[in-house]
Design a binder for this molecule. Structure first.
Ligand SMILES: Cc1ncc(COP(=O)(O)O)c(C=O)c1O
Length: 440
């Protein structure tokens, strides 16, 4: 008999596939009646890295598969509206990059980033009250890469990281990939509750605290000025690194939000060296450019740069040169004014429609910026309190949104859900929310 007991364990522990193949082929010739089971042995499952045991495919991706249904109005995505991209301005920037420095724009570049872009980003941050030199920031491939680099450089398996409940789903997945144990800090409309945060820091001594303090995804919440200062004091008191993820801070509708935590660090002695700040052009200019940046203490930037070398060598020089010319041309203020106006109108329309169509079946805080409404089903009038169930009914009525549960690292509030007002115009928003009213 062929030594099946010998082949099988070898296949399961991921033993040499070639050896298994050769041995299997010999056996198949000698014992043709066993061919089907041996073929099965050859196709033994891949032995993936243990770190993948901590993460799952996003439930949201599963939902996105349903969005192809004709006629669906989607409030599900976290994208800006592609109709709002400043194509003319980007075209001009591309032309300038290709005529003025084609060699550099199409060549390999420095891992830290393309210097003309670092200079422009330094000036952009200065306009927002942050004094940072071009060398004090690195360019990343979207701010998502900055989060990944923070995971790579800071998290060892079993390390604790505090995140808001709820928080950005990709961050949960990314930090878990590096083996982090995520601790959830509660929030309200004014952002993370700093009293609770202090208790959690004292108890868990986290590697760092990750916050989206301005127009959070998914919560839409903005950390109050008072709490921002408190966060900085906690950083100093407990010598804890604070990661400020800020892709939405420029997207305010009327009143500017409080200054970033990084900008306020100049008022709290010793805090600047404890802040890592991630920025992005994705939500205001174009996510396809994949231009983000990270400002952090020099030691941390050096380690992140080293890890970036092994990862993508550098962010596309072509995209960086384009972004640099775009910023240099001085187009950003007009672009910001435009997106603030259009998204602001859509947010107002969605808030009014939600009140009209869903009344006391839901509760929410009207967002003052960003892209999202964070909504809670109240169960009033015997309506459902399960947002997953509501999402299924909504799809049947032709409207999609994302249930809130996946945005929690632990103890999900299943009554919550997220609506994006960014990609539908006012007419579609009213129609879509009308359909939600019929689905409840
Ligand atoms: C809170 C938050 N951080 C980071 C990102 C990543 O953005 P990007 O990589 O496009 O800069 C997103 C995108 O949705 C986000 O919502």
């Amino acid at each position: 008999m062929p030594e099946l007991h010998r082949l099988w364990p070898r296949a399961r522990v991921g033993g040499c596939r070639l050896e298994l193949c050769a041995e299997t082929l010999v056996t198949m010739v000698r014992y043709p009646f066993l061919n089907s089971s041996l073929t099965f042995l050859y196709w033994a499952p891949m032995q993936f890295a243990d770190r993948l045991n901590n993460v799952e495919t996003s439930a949201i991706r599963e939902l996105f598969k349903l969005l192809g249904k004709p006629g669906i109005i989607s409030f599900a995505g976290g994208f800006p509206d592609s109709a709002m991209f400043d194509v003319a301005g980007i075209k001009e920037a591309v032309n300038l990059a290709l005529t003025q420095e084609p060699g550099a724009a199409l060549q390999y570049g420095a891992t830290e980033g393309y210097n003309p872009l670092r200079e422009q980003l330094s000036a952009f941050m200065k306009s927002k009250g942050v004094d940072v030199s071009p060398e004090g920031l690195i360019v990343t491939t979207g701010s998502q890469q900055a989060l990944d680099l923070l995971g790579k450089t800071m998290i060892s398996p079993g390390d604790k990281v505090i995140v808001e409940a709820p928080t950005f789903l990709a961050t949960i997945q990314c930090f878990r990939l590096y083996g982090a144990e995520l601790i959830s800090a509660p929030i309200d409309a004014d952002g993370v509750k700093t009293d609770e945060l202090e208790k959690l820091i004292a108890e868990h001594k986290p590697k760092f605290v990750y916050l989206i303090p301005t127009f959070g995804n998914p919560s839409g919440a903005t950390l109050s000025l008072e709490r921002r200062k408190k966060v900085l004091e906690l950083a100093v008191k407990y010598q804890t690194l604070i990661v400020e993820d800020d892709p939405y801070g420029d997207l305010y509708f009327n009143k500017a939000p409080p200054p970033s935590i990084l900008s306020l660090s100049k008022d709290v002695p010793g805090s600047r060296e404890l802040i890592a700040h991630c920025g992005s052009l994705s939500k205001v200019l174009s996510p396809g450019l994949r231009v983000g940046w990270m400002i952090a203490p020099a030691e941390l930037l050096a380690k992140a740069t080293m890890c970036k070398q092994f990862s993508d060598a550098h962010t596309s020089t072509f995209a960086q040169a384009t972004a640099a010319h775009y910023l240099k041309a001085g187009r950003m203020p007009a672009t910001l004014a435009n997106v603030r106006k259009v998204y602001g109108e859509r947010a107002v329309a969605m808030g009014a429609a939600l009140k009209r169509e869903l009344g006391d079946a839901i509760e929410f805080t009207q967002p003052q910026g960003g892209l999202f409404f964070w909504v809670r089903l109240t169960g009033a009038g015997g309506n459902t309190k399960d947002a997953g169930e509501f999402a299924k009914r909504a799809i049947e009525k032709g409207v999609a949104f994302v249930p809130g549960a996946p945005f929690y690292a632990a103890d999900p509030d299943v009554a919550t859900f997220r609506l994006s007002f960014a990609t539908a115009d006012v007419g579609k928003i009213e129609e879509g929310v009308g359909r939600l009213g019929k689905a409840i």
